[in-house]
Design a protein around this ligand. Structure first.
Ligand code: LLP
Length: 412
């Protein structure tokens, strides 16, 4: 459930009229609902309460400092994948004891910074990375916790680009390598291999792939008499974008808890989209309408640089009018496209919508995860602002970029 609802035909975020925000801040813009973020975080936390999991919000899904601060203040940990995300974590004073750090290509400086901050776990993805972390820890006279990321080779029905737990992807190590790493753990004196990590993909609608992956990993630990304390099952819980019927948090908990209980391992999760996805929308304005060949186009003021999911993954996002047209309005089939000079620049294709007027506002729903974080300056377009709504009030939590920001640091 999210807190974007119509009241008398106008879209609201919590108790604030979306059109009012757009009028003050301009378009395109992102709007986040603080209380939806909190609801979603608490939903997953409460569902798994019995095992007191560490829930590390996946910063890559939405890294705005106000979003991170909201979740950190509510008790969440953070899942980071870069020095930049660590920097954000420090700014919001995230508890280092609740930070896990994944990613196949960590650099020396990034590792050193993370050790200095005292993060809880490095999720390591190769022997060479483990060796480097061990060396860095040695130089700093520290002992660091490591979880071996295992690629459990399970089938997940989702877009190819966001499948990570099948053989043949770059993530983690296979069981054979994992066994070799555990056998040679004595070589890495400055690390303690205290956990195993899996992340099998994103936008996963049912518990089955998670169950399969957890079972495989537990079997592996048992068969090889490997003792660890933590089981990190990554993120990946799917959400509703259209007609999906994803598992609820409590269904997910019912399905995986028996396995977790039996393992006696402490549980870590890294949800991103589940918390932030439906907590945000992007609002865009209709610039022009036109008909070419057989098609009706709505040309809006946001492009693939602002929101790339439809172009990159052919992702479906509901497009909703910010003000519902009154009376009987004819519906038409449209392609909703942006101003970028590429045919792949679209928000939606063949979408049936009530006829929209020039200058009217459209909301791209479910844009809170992998929306702003994947935006760019392509076509020299300044990035959109971000707004956070808390009940009756709203705050600009990232200013719209100016043209001068586009050339910052360039020399000529
Ligand atoms: N943990 C790890 C190690 C990950 O790689 C990811 C996401 C997560 C957690 C969080 O996954 P989530 O709960 O959000 O599904 N840009 C794509 C999604 C890429 C996900 C990458 N890894 C999209 O827009 O769908």
């Amino acid at each position: 459930m999210h807190r974007f609802k119509y009241k008398d035909g106008s879209l609201y975020c919590e108790n604030v009229n979306v059109a009012r925000i757009a009028k003050e801040v301009g378009t395109p813009l992102y709007i986040y609902s603080k209380n939806t973020l909190l609801d979603h975080y608490r939903k997953i936390r409460n569902a798994l309460r019995e095992v007191s999991p560490l829930i590390c919000f996946s910063v890559k899904s939405n890294s705005n400092l106000a979003v991170l601060k909201t979740l950190v203040a509510a008790g969440a940990g953070l899942d980071i994948v870069s020095g930049g995300e660590l920097y954000r974590a420090k700014l919001v004073k995230a508890d280092p004891g609740k930070i896990v750090y994944a990613g196949v290509g960590k650099k020396r400086d990034e590792i050193m910074d993370a050790i200095r901050y005292g993060i809880f776990f490095f999720n390591v993805e190769s022997d060479e990375e483990l060796a480097l972390i061990n060396t860095c820890a040695g130089e700093m006279k520290r002992k660091v916790n490591v979880a071996v990321r295992i690629n459990p080779d399970v089938r997940v029905l989702t877009h190819d680009y966001i499948t990570t737990g099948m053989g043949g992807t770059k993530f983690g190590v296979d069981f054979k390598r994992a066994r070799a790493i555990f056998r040679s753990s004595w070589k890495y004196r400055n690390t303690r291999i205290r956990g195993v990590h899996i992340h099998i993909g994103s936008q996963i609608l049912g518990a089955r792939p998670f169950q399969n992956a957890i079972k495989k990993v537990l079997k592996f630990l048992e068969a090889n008499k490997i003792v660890v304390e933590y089981l990190n099952i990554g993120g990946g819980l799917g959400i509703v974008y259209s007609l999906e019927k994803p598992q609820t948090a409590s269904r997910f908990a019912k399905d995986i808890l028996p396995l977790v209980r039996k393992s006696k391992l402490k549980l870590i999760l890294e949800p991103g989209r589940f918390i932030s996805g439906n907590s945000g929308i992007m609002v865009t304005k209709v610039l022009f309408r036109k008909r070419t060949g057989q098609k009706n186009f709505i040309i809006v003021d946001s492009g693939m640089n602002d929101f790339v999911r439809p172009s990159l993954y052919e992702a479906y996002h509901t497009i909703a009018p910010v003000t519902k047209p009154q009376g009987r309005v004819k519906k038409r089939r449209y392609d909703i496209v942006g101003p970028i000079c590429e045919s792949g620049d679209f928000l939606a294709k063949n979408r049936t919508l009530p006829a929209v007027a020039q200058g009217s506002l459209l909301a791209v729903m479910g844009a809170g995860a992998y929306g702003y974080t994947m935006s760019s300056n392509y076509n020299s377009r300044p990035r959109a602002p971000e707004v956070m709504v808390d009940k009756k009030r709203f705050f600009v939590v990232k200013k719209r970029e100016a043209y001068k920001d586009l050339v910052e640091g360039e020399a000529y």
